[in-house]
Design a protein around this ligand. Structure first.
Ligand SMILES: [Zn+2]
Length: 285
């Protein structure tokens, strides 16, 4: 996750601005019932998903812990093989900080290794693809090739990746790359985990020239997001391991520089992402 990753919506004339203003007001009221509907509709797949070998794809260091930390810990407790693959270096999380981006990338790489250890994943199973954060949409074909190779190398039949509806461009780009990578592998199950889409809601942000159609889409997207039926993994006693992993991402949860405007992940983000259940959206081949 990169803090403040959501993009502002494009305004299209006064009607467009009105649509944007209304949607911004209505979203918070819809968010809680929408999340409740997602959970209510989910099918418990704890037994099914916690024993399978898996490749976990994270756009940034921390997404793996926030989105599926308990699932990873459960898998490792069951001796399943888990690979954590981080697509970007997360250097762009605090662009206004005095901490140089290169140093931030180094710190975040170390943090990911420590977080993985908290979840039971050894250093040899953590891979860094090395792209700069904020640029994944420019490297979708390369990412797809890299994921294809990693699926082959690891021999896994399951890939976890961020949700296609996550509004952050890096999250969405990695999802698209994963879909491309397994398109000709019907034997590989692809599951998406929500991060920003869970925190902010399922509203995608592609520009649309028609305010009326945008309003219609705003109403329909929470309903569309209920299909396919989500799979749920109970965090159970592994919630503690998930929290421990999240805390290893110090640059994201602690003000490490003391700068007054250094942003950290607060309760509004961590609360929804550390509930009793982790959700996965299956992708149809
Ligand atoms: Zn991220």
């Amino acid at each position: 996750m990169v803090i403040g990753g959501g993009r502002p919506e494009p305004g299209v004339g006064s009607l467009g601005s009105l649509t944007n203003r209304v949607s911004r007001r209505v979203r918070p009221a819809l968010l809680r019932p929408w999340r409740a509907a997602m959970v209510a509709r989910s099918r418990d797949a704890t037994a099914q998903l916690t024993t399978t070998n898996s490749l976990v794809l994270a756009p940034h260091p921390d997404d793996e812990s926030l989105g599926c930390g308990a699932t990873i810990a459960r898998k490792r407790a069951a001796h399943a093989d888990v690979w954590i693959v981080c697509a970007s270096d997360g250097r762009g999380s605090h662009p206004r900080s005095a901490l140089p981006p290169g140093r931030m990338a180094e710190l975040r790489a170390d943090e990911l290794v420590q977080a993985a250890a908290r979840l039971g994943v050894v250093r040899e199973r953590v891979r860094f693809l090395g792209h700069h954060s904020g640029t994944l949409h420019q490297h979708v074909d390369t990412l797809a090739d890299q994921i294809r190779d990693l699926v082959r190398e690891s021999g896994v039949r399951e890939v976890l990746v961020t949700w296609i509806r996550d509004p952050h461009p890096d999250h969405r780009a990695l999802s698209i790359a994963a879909r491309m990578a397994v398109a000709d592998r019907p034997d590989v199950r692809l599951l998406e985990y929500p991060i920003w889409g869970w925190v902010e809601g399922p509203w995608t942000r592609e520009p649309h020239p028609s305010p009326l159609r945008r309003a219609l889409r705003f109403a329909l997207e929470p309903v569309e997001a209920l299909t396919p039926r989500p799979l749920g993994v109970s965090c159970g006693p592994y919630r503690g391991a998930k929290w421990a992993a999240i805390r290893e991402h110090r640059t994201q949860v602690v003000n490490v520089t003391g700068e007054p405007d250094y942003g950290t992940l607060g309760p509004g983000v961590l609360g929804p992402l550390t509930s009793r259940r982790e959700l996965f959206l299956p992708v149809e081949h």
